[in-house]
Write a protein that binds this ligand. Structure first.
Ligand code: IMP
Ligand code: MG
Length: 184
């Protein structure tokens, strides 16, 4: 795996620092909504599979009563490196109405994935709805979508690691990195 990595864009310490900051911002905003007390319920919706690592780290910075409800979206099947348009792999859980919902994804690229999931969740009438991504490629969006929380803006390069994959691989690489051309 390591020989396929070309260049680290964001190292582990920077990711850790930023995830801590994102957690604080999320808690502060929920507190303002009256949603950070013991009786308030937050539902985190990680978009599989890329959001797994971020969510695992992020929720340990959220001292709140919360549940996870997974969402499966397909947009980059197999070895494709460009969005093929987002579609749901299964229905969202029907339990998001009236809840404070935070949708989490690894990266906002064309924006179609988050646009799709937020539209579906909004139809369920949540008490509040926010979105969080670790990465964003500015200027790439095909739909007008602004996440509430963005870890890092990155250049328009295909990246892997910390949950992001190429053909399903490299999600376990702990930093955000580019791939050598021979590996793609
Ligand atoms: P969007 O629908 O185009 O915004 O794409 C979002 C999804 O595409 C993310 O959930 C990722 O799984 C995938 N994606 C976008 N850019 C990259 C990248 O640079 N590396 C790996 N996956 C990516
Ligand atoms: Mg992916």
């Amino acid at each position: 795996m390591l020989r396929d990595i070309e260049r680290v864009l964001i190292d582990r310490a920077s990711i850790d620092r930023r995830v801590d900051e994102l957690g604080r911002a999320i808690v502060a905003d929920l507190a303002r909504d009256g949603a950070a007390g013991d009786d308030a319920e937050l539902v985190i919706v990680p978009i599989l599979t890329g959001a797994m690592i971020l969510v695992a780290d992020l929720i340990r910075h959220l001292p709140l009563k919360l549940r996870l409800e997974l969402a499966g979206v397909s947009s980059y099947p197999g070895t494709s490196m460009e969005s093929k348009g987002a579609s749901m792999k299964h229905d969202l859980p029907p339990t998001l109405g009236g809840k404070h919902v935070l949708i989490v994804d690894d990266i906002l690229d064309s924006g179609q994935t988050l646009d799709l999931v937020t539209r579906l969740v909004r139809e369920m009438k949540p008490a509040s709805l926010r979105t969080c991504v670790l990465l964003r490629k500015p200027g790439k969006a095909r739909v007008n979508f602004t996440p509430d929380y963005v870890g890092f803006d990155i250049p328009d390069e295909f990246v892997v690691g910390y949950g992001l994959d190429y053909d399903g691989y490299y999600r376990n690489y702990p930093e955000i990195a580019t791939l050598r051309p021979e590996a793609r």
